[in-house]
Write a protein that binds this ligand. Sequence first.
Ligand code: ADP
Ligand code: MG
Length: 294
Amino acid sequence: MSIREASADTPIARAAEAAVVARSGGDIWPRPSACRIITIANQKGGVGKTTTAVNLAASLAMHGGRVLVIDLDPQGNASTALDVDHHSGVPSVYNVLVEGQPLSAVVRPVTGFQHLYCAPAAIDLAGAEIELVPMVARESRLARALASYDAASLDYILIDCPPSLGLLTVNALVAAPEVLIPIQCEYYALEGLEQLLRTVELVRSHLNPPLSVTTILLTMYDARTRLASQVADEVREHFGAVVLGAVVPRSVRVSEAPSYGQSVMTYDPGSTGALAYLEAAKELARRNVQQPGS
Ligand code: ADP
Ligand code: MG
């Protein structure tokens, strides 16, 4: 099913839309005037990149947004959480980056949502990091694929990066004007951030002038520890307004959801984790920084 078909004005589409509106409590958020492409990056593993990509995408899609998640991590965790087949051999982001196939050939609809899609990552993507090295314009393969994709039918593209600053992450940074950095509220959280910001700056100055860190999300906040609030304060002091007001708490429900092939937004919508991601997504939608001409 293509995105066009899914969004066609048919009785089924209208019924599905009504169901989505009901599930969102009838609350439809403002849509950006043009598709916002947001890269979710942090070279540290386990800081909540994938969880953030999946749950922000689900939240936005539940409130009228048309959203594509691009899974750029060979481990395919975002594909798993969205229950999109990504076993070896399935058309995936690998075929797009390495073989130059169109993105539309690998994008799949996510079950249970009317306008949520996923470009899955299979394990073969691990080889892409090396296979891309000798290629022409190796840093811009994803940007090119997105340029020839019909992004007008989407409101958001969220790119979930692997835990490294290799060619896959660089491709994501070249493909998007916005970077969202999840920061885990733990000791060492800020370590490595400087290197990430340096990479963003290098990509901005050489390959993608509009690139900037537009959003920081504090994740895995444990209210029982003073350390968490110290890290949060430090991040806010340092980064100011780009830090979202919403903070995602450490929550078992958040970590359970992927094993059911679900976002926490559908697995347990009333849980503290789901409510925090809902709030974060609402802020993201309202801070529509990518206005035409800006
Ligand atoms: P990354 O993509 O940066 O490697 P993940 O999103 O995969 O990080 O998160 C790492 C692990 O922590 C996963 O097992 C995930 O389920 C869990 N996790 C993420 N966010 C939370 C949270 N708010 N509360 C509890 N567990 C979380
Ligand atoms: Mg991940």
